[in-house]
Design a protein. Structure first.
Length: 171
């Protein structure tokens, strides 16, 4: 396995444990060993957001957007951060931009994957794994769909609250 892959796994593990300081160290190593890319920068932004450092989260997300102005996850993060700061106008702008950059749906896992898990689920330990895998993997677009529904409601609320027409536009 490559060292880059190992660093990505360490970052994922740290983020799962909400150890954002350690995740940021690993992401810093990744950033030094590769060309700047929006994925790494948006992960840095997410870690700063999780650690409560919203200014650094904004900076990292904007760095990602300087590479890819339509980076959905950076736009989504900036909308969240501005909303947390009660900066509703900027939150609306980022929500609209994120909707314009809405990603293509991810394909679900192959059906045979669930078939294999079902066959193996005769073992109690595997049964729990199968149930969790089904819940986690059956719809890889679940979070994005939920965010989309929230975004439409937010724009509607914004329009009602401030009288500004804020239509979601998905491209």
């Amino acid at each position: 396995m490559t060292s880059e892959f190992m660093l990505q796994m360490k970052v994922a593990r740290c983020m799962g444990r909400k150890d954002y300081a350690q995740a940021l160290e690993y992401l810093g190593q990744m950033k030094q060993s590769e060309d700047a890319n929006p994925y790494t920068l948006s992960m840095i932004a997410r870690c700063h957001e999780g650690a409560g450092d919203l200014d650094s989260a904004i900076t990292a997300a904007n760095d990602a957007l300087s590479i890819d102005s339509g980076h959905f996850y950076s736009l989504q993060l900036l909308a969240r951060v501005h909303l947390a700061r009660k900066d509703y106008e900027n939150a609306k702008e980022y929500v609209q931009r994120a909707l314009q950059s809405y990603p293509e749906p991810l394909p679900g896992p192959p059906r045979f994957f669930f078939w294999i898990l079902r066959v193996l689920s005769v073992f109690p330990a595997i049964r729990r794994v199968e149930e969790q895998a089904r819940a986690d993997l059956e719809d890889p677009n679940k979070d994005t769909k939920e965010w989309y529904e929230w975004a439409k409601k937010y724009l509607k609320w914004y329009e009602e609250e401030f009288g500004d027409k804020a239509e979601p536009t998905v491209h």
